[in-house]
Design a protein around this ligand. Structure first.
Ligand code: GLU
Length: 308
């Protein structure tokens, strides 16, 4: 099944390109994660590249160590081995590939953003209430604290001025894209009022410091890419990474998969007797990579992309 021009993508990448699988341990692994993993490992292997495993636990209120442990176990069960960030390394303690262990890196990156950063004491209500505009279901920060000159203090966050202008990039599957971060989100939240680094900032810092060449993730994150490109440039990233935003999983009938029916949880599928290759094959099928839910072993994933 042809998704895009693999050769054109390869031509924009260095030899042995690095991509990443970057789940957030906010729950158990489900078929959506497996689908993302199939794309990540499949493309990495088809391109002769490598996979880095990163644990995106920046949101301390939603992440749990128990979810992390379960996630690592499910990944091992699926037979998906990262080339960088082995499961055993995460189990043995702190890791530069775990966001909650990387606070000092984010603090250094923050310094690099310089004068565009300002302190903000807006609550969520200040931003989502009448003051904030809603653009494409996203809330745009109305700029309330931009020129207030607030000092950093507990209970205050940090934002980055987003100057107007377009960010353009080519998605290997979806083609040319143009996004306007200042219109989408306004000044970007880097650290929230609880002192937690935000997804957009942590991801941009990590993709840069980990040397990620190729970002493979679901279409639901397409709208974030312009902001992350902007951040990467301001942080001194010399060249853009390549991007593939893949389809999200669907029911064969077209409807949404329901977690409550237990048809998407990897743990549930395991408990019901499914084999790892059946889960990978089903994930590939649900995301349009094969016409039937034929079982797939990790070594088979590259062939989903060969000839495309
Ligand atoms: N941690 C994000 C998630 O689990 C993925 C972020 C990304 O791929 O950029 O949805």
């Amino acid at each position: 099944m042809h998704q895009f021009d693999l050769c054109a993508l390869a031509a924009r990448l260095p030899p042995r390109p690095l991509t990443r699988f970057a789940p957030s341990p906010t729950g158990y692994l489900h078929l959506g994660h497996a689908a993302n993993a199939v794309w990540v490992w499949g493309l990495a292997r088809a391109l002769g590249g490598r996979v880095l495993l990163r644990l995106e636990d920046h949101d301390r209120s939603r992440c749990r160590r128990a979810y992390e442990a379960a996630l690592l176990e499910d990944l091992e069960w699926l037979g998906l081995e990262p080339d960088i960030g082995a499961v055993a390394e995460f189990r043995s303690g702190a890791s530069p590939l775990r966001q909650s262990d990387s606070g000092s890196e984010y603090a250094v990156a923050l310094e690099r953003l310089g004068a565009g950063v300002f302190v903000c004491d807006c609550s969520r209500k200040d931003v989502t209430g009448e003051a904030g505009d809603v653009v494409n279901q996203e809330t745009r920060y109305p700029g309330r604290c931009r020129d207030r000159g607030l000092e950093p203090a507990p209970g205050r966050g940090l934002r980055l001025r987003m100057e107007p202008g377009a960010e353009r990039f080519v998605d290997a599957r979806l083609g040319s894209q143009e996004q306007h971060p200042a219109e989408q989100s306004g000044d970007l939240l880097l650290r929230d009022r609880l002192g937690q680094w935000t997804y957009q900032f942590a991801v941009a810092v990590d993709d840069l410091r980990h040397g990620v060449d190729l970002i493979v993730r679901g279409e639901d994150l397409l709208g974030s890419t312009g902001r992350q490109i902007r951040l990467g440039r301001l942080l001194g990233r010399p060249a853009l990474p390549a991007f593939v935003h893949h389809p999200l999983i669907r029911n064969p009938g077209g409807g949404k998969l329901s977690k409550s029916r237990g048809d998407t949880g990897i743990r549930e599928l395991r408990a019901a007797g499914a084999a790892p290759a059946e889960v990978l094959g089903r994930a590939a099928w649900l995301t349009g990579l094969q016409a039937e839910p034929d079982p797939l072993r990790p070594d088979d994933l590259a062939k989903l992309f060969a000839g495309s």
